[in-house]
Design a protein around this ligand. Structure first.
Ligand code: ADP
Ligand code: MG
Length: 573
C-alpha cells in the first residue's frame, strides 16, 4: 500500500497520546516499522542511553523516494486506509504517528532504498522539518538515525533516568522482539558493545539461548498447539497458544521473565501473567515466578490493539477464553513434560528439551506424541497411558505397589484417587449427571461477606455439581443437597475453601477449582488400609483417566522404577 494520510474519521478513532516517552520508545517504534517492512535483519545501535543516537538499520521493503517526506507527516501510514481496517489490524504499526513524533523531538536522518539496485535516497529533518535531501547509495532497506533526542524539550529530557537505566529499557525491548521473531536476525550494540545478537534461524529455542542462556534454555518446555479437549467447549474465539515455559525447576524472583505476544506483538498483560502463574499453582515456591515466552494467535477481530498510544496493551473481546487457553496450555505442558521424579527415562519419553529437538513458532506439536522417539530398546512406558498393572501390595498404608511391563510402580493412593474423582466430577457435571445426595434435614450455611459475594455469582452454577443452595436471609444459604461424593464428608468446609480460593483469584476457572476441592476432600487418605480388591479397582480406574500421572494439583501420582534401573543398581561394580 502507498503511504497516505488517514482521514479525519479514522484519526479521531486512534487512541491519542504521547508515543515518545523515552529512548526505548524510539527503539520500539523503529523496530516495529522494520518488522512491518518484512525485514530479516535488523540492527540497532544506541549511544548514551539512546539520547545521542538511536540507529536502526533493516533490509526490509524500504521507502520510495517520493514517499520519504510523506512518511514524516502526522497520520501518514501505508498500513491501514479506512475505518474498518481498525477492526482487524495485522501490522504492528497503524497510527502513522511514530516518525513525525520522533522527528519533532530530535534530529532524524533516513536513508532508504526500495528497489534491488543499490541506490537510495536520504532525507534529514530538524524538529520535524526536512532540511536536506538527495541520493545516497545503499542496498534495499531503511536506516533511520535519531540524534539528540529530547534536547529541544529539556523538561522531558530531565525526566530520563541514567544512561544505564535507559539502556536496560532498550535492551528489554530488543530482547522481547528477538524472542517474538526468531526468524529475524537481531543485533543490538550499546555504546559500541555488542549487547545481543540472535541467529535468525527461525527456532524460538535459539533466541531463548541467546537471551536467557543455554542453562535456562535447557529447562524450557514446549507448549502444544490448541487441543479442543483442553480448551473446553466455552471457547468462542479460536485461540492458539504457542511458545515455551520454564520447568518448575527454574524460577525467578520477579515477573520480568514473562513475555507475552499477541499475534507476535509484544504486550504487557497482567491477565496473562496471572493465567501463567495459575498454571504453576502448587509447583513453585511462594514469591517465585516462572519463565515463559508465549505467543497467542487469535483472529485480529478478537483483539483490540488500539487502546493505548504505545500499543503495549490490548483488549481481548473474550478475556475468559484467552485466560483459559493460556492457563491450560501451560498447565498441560507442565503436567505432560515435567519429568516424573526419580525416573530419568520417563522424562526422556516426554521429550525433555534437548531431546525433543528444536521447535518453531510456526509448528508446535498438536498432539501428545513426543517429538522424538527414543531408541526402541529403551522405549519407556508413556506415562500418559498407564499400562495394565499387577497389584503386589500396599506400602505404609499409603502407597500401592504394582508391577508393570517396565518395572515396579509406586502409586500414591490419595493423589491417584484425587485424579480419578477430579475427572469423574468434571465429566459428570458437563453431562449434567452428578450424583446428588439430598440432606435429611436442610442445613444452613453462613458465609463471610467476601464469600457471600462469590457465592451470589456462583450458587446456581454450583447446582451443576450437586449443591442445591438457596439464599436464606443475610449471608445465609439453605443447603438441601450436596454432591454424593461429599455426603459423609465435611462439605461445608469444602465449600468455604472453594469460595475463599475463588475470592483470592477471581478470574480462575471455578469449575475446575470446585472439581479440585471435591476430589481433594473426598479422595481416600494416606494411611488408609485398603483391601486388594479396592487397590485393584483404584488401579483400573486410574488407567482409564486422561492424565494418570499427576493429581489435579500437578503433583505426581506414580513413580516408576524400571527393571533396567534395578539392574544397574544391583550390578554396579
Ligand atoms: P505506522 O507504522 O503507524 O504506519 P510510522 O510513523 O511509524 O507509522 O511510519 C510511517 C510509514 O513509514 C509507515 O507506514 C511505512 O510505510 C513507512 N516506514 C517507516 N519505517 C519504515 C521501514 N523501516 N521500512 C519501510 N517503511 C517504513
Ligand atoms: Mg510505525
Amino acid at each position: 500500500m502507498p503511504i497516505k494520510i488517514l482521514d479525519q474519521a479514522v484519526v479521531s478513532r486512534i487512541a491519542a497520546g504521547e508515543v515518545v516517552e523515552r529512548p526505548a520508545s524510539v527503539v520500539k517504534e523503529l523496530v516495529e516499522n522494520s518488522l512491518d517492512a518484512g525485514s530479516s535483519q535488523i540492527s540497532i545501535e544506541v549511544k548514551d542511553g539512546g539520547v545521542s543516537l538511536v540507529r536502526v538499520t533493516d533490509n526490509g521493503s524500504g521507502i520510495k523516494p517520493g514517499e520519504l517526506e510523506l512518511a514524516f507527516q502526522r497520520y501518514a501510514t501505508s498500513k491501514i486506509a479506512r475505518l474498518s481496517d481498525l477492526e482487524s489490524i495485522t501490522s504492528l504499526g497503524f497510527r502513522g504517528e511514530a516518525l513525525p513524533s520522533i522527528a519533532a523531538v530530535s534530529e532524524v536522518e533516513v536513508v532508504a532504498c526500495a528497489t534491488n539496485n543499490p541506490s537510495g535516497n536520504y532525507l534529514s529533518l530538524k524538529e520535524g522539518v526536512g532540511v536536506d535531501r538527495g541520493r545516497r547509495g545503499r542496498a534495499r532497506g531503511t536506516t533511520i538515525s535519531v540524534r539528540n533526542l529530547l534536547r529541544n524539550v529539556p523538561a522531558r529530557l530531565k525526566f530520563l533516568k541514567s544512561a544505564t537505566t535507559e539502556n536496560s529499557h532498550i535492551a528489554n525491548i530488543v530482547t522481547q522482539y528477538a524472542l517474538a521473531y526468531p526468524e529475524v536476525r537481531f543485533s543490538l550494540s550499546i555504546d559500541g558493545r555488542k549487547a545481543l545478537r540472535t541467529p535468525g534461524s527461525g527456532q524460538l529455542m535459539d533466541s531463548i539461548v541467546e537471551v536467557y542462556g543455554a542453562e535456562t534454555a535447557r529447562d524450557m518446555l514446549q507448549l502444544g498447539g490448541g487441543d479442543k479437549k483442553w480448551e473446553g467447549g466455552t471457547t468462542s474465539a479460536s485461540v492458539r497458544v504457542t511458545g515455551m515455559v520454564g520447568s518448575p525447576t527454574i524460577s525467578r524472583s520477579n515477573r520480568n521473565y514473562l513475555s507475552f505476544f499477541v499475534n507476535r506483538r509484544w504486550i504487557n498483560s497482567r491477565l496473562l501473567a496471572w493465567a501463567v502463574e495459575e498454571a504453576y499453582h502448587g509447583l513453585l515456591m511462594q514469591g517465585k515466578h516462572p519463565v515463559a515466552v508465549i505467543n497467542i494467535e487469535i483472529s485480529p477481530e478478537e483483539v483490540d490493539v488500539n487502546v493505548h498510544p504505545t500499543k503495549t496493551e490490548v483488549k481481548f473481546r473474550d478475556e475468559r477464553s484467552v485466560f483459559g487457553a493460556v492457563q491450560k496450555a501451560v498447565r498441560r505442558a507442565l503436567v505432560e513434560l515435567a519429568p516424573v521424579p526419580g525416573i530419568e527415562e520417563v522424562a526422556t519419553a516426554y521429550g525433555a528439551p534437548g531431546q525433543s529437538g528444536r521447535t518453531l513458532w510456526t509448528s508446535p506439536p498438536t498432539d501428545f506424541t513426543p517429538a522424538a522417539s527414543p531408541p526402541a530398546a529403551t522405549q519407556p512406558t508413556p506415562v500418559m497411558s498407564l499400562p495394565a498393572l499387577r497389584l503386589l501390595g500396599q506400602l505404609s498404608g499409603s502407597y500401592i505397589v504394582a508391577e508393570g511391563p517396565e518395572g515396579l510402580y509406586l502409586i500414591d493412593q490419595h493423589a491417584a484417587h484425587e485424579r480419578i474423582v477430579f475427572e469423574k466430577v468434571l465429566k459428570q457435571s458437563s453431562q449434567r449427571e452428578v450424583e446428588v445426595q439430598g440432606l435429611l434435614e436442610p442445613s444452613t450455611l453462613e458465609v463471610s461477606p467476601g464469600q457471600d459475594e462469590v457465592l451470589k455469582t456462583h450458587y446456581q452454577g454450583l447446582s451443576e455439581f450437586g449443591f442445591s443452595l438457596e439464599p436464606f436471609g443475610d449471608r445465609t444459604y439453605l443447603v438441601r443437597a450436596v454432591p454424593a461424593l461429599l455426603h459423609s464428608r465435611d462439605w461445608a468446609a469444602t465449600l468455604r475453601e472453594l469460595l475463599d480460593s475463588l475470592l483470592a483469584e477471581r478470574n480462575s476457572d471455578w469449575r475446575e477449582k470446585l472439581a479440585v476441592s471435591i476430589s481433594c476432600h473426598s479422595a481416600i487418605r494416606a494411611g488408609q488400609v485398603l483391601t486388594d480388591d479396592e487397590m485393584r479397582e483404584l488401579l483400573r480406574r486410574l488407567e482409564q483417566t486422561d492424565i494418570p500421572n499427576t493429581c489435579p494439583h500437578g503433583r505426581p501420582t506414580i513413580i516408576r522404577l524400571s527393571t533396567a534401573q534395578l539392574e544397574k543398581e544391583f550390578h554396579r561394580t
